[in-house]
Ligand binder design. Structure first.
Ligand code: SF4
Length: 113
C-alpha cells in the first residue's frame, strides 16, 4: 500500500522505487498503469493514518535518514544512531542497541549541537 499512497498524491508525476529484479520492474509498471491520483478510498486512508500514528507514537525521533546533517563535524553517524535508538524503543533491546553504537558515536561524543 506504500506505493499506492505515493501515487495517491495529485502532485506526484514520477515514483522512484527500488527494484532489484525484473519481476519488480514488471510489477511496478503494471501498478503504475492502474494508479491515479486520489485512488485510495477513505477507509484505506484512515488505515494509513492509524498505522502512521501508531508508528510515530512508538518512535522517539522522526529522523528520516535524509542525511542532510551529515557529515557531522564531530564524526557522529547521526542517522544511524537515531535508527538504533528508534529500533531499541520500538522493539526493545536497549542494551543491545547501545552495544551497537561505537564509542565515538555515543552521546558523550556530542559537543553542543
Ligand atoms: S537527523 Fe539528520 S538524517 Fe535525520 S532527519 Fe534530521 S537531518 Fe535528516
Amino acid at each position: 500500500m506504500g506505493i499506492a499512497l505515493v501515487w495517491n498524491h495529485p502532485e506526484v508525476t514520477l515514483v522512484l522505487s527500488g527494484m532489484s529484479k525484473m519481476d519488480h520492474v514488471v510489477e511496478n509498471v503494471a501498478y503504475a498503469e492502474h494508479s491515479q491520483p486520489r485512488n485510495l478510498n477513505e477507509g484505506e486512508l484512515a488505515l494509513i493514518r492509524r498505522v502512521r500514528d501508531a508508528y510515530l507514537s512508538l518512535s522517539p525521533t522522526s529522523c528520516t535518514a535524509c542525511r542532510y546533517c551529515m557529515p557531522c563535524p564531530n564524526g557522529v553517524e547521526i542517522p544511524r544512531v537515531f535508527s538504533l535508538y528508534n529500533e531499541a524503543m520500538i522493539y526493545g533491546g536497549r542494551h543491545q542497541a547501545k552495544e551497537n553504537v561505537p564509542e565515538r558515536q555515543n552521546v558523550q561524543a556530542r559537543t553542543a549541537c
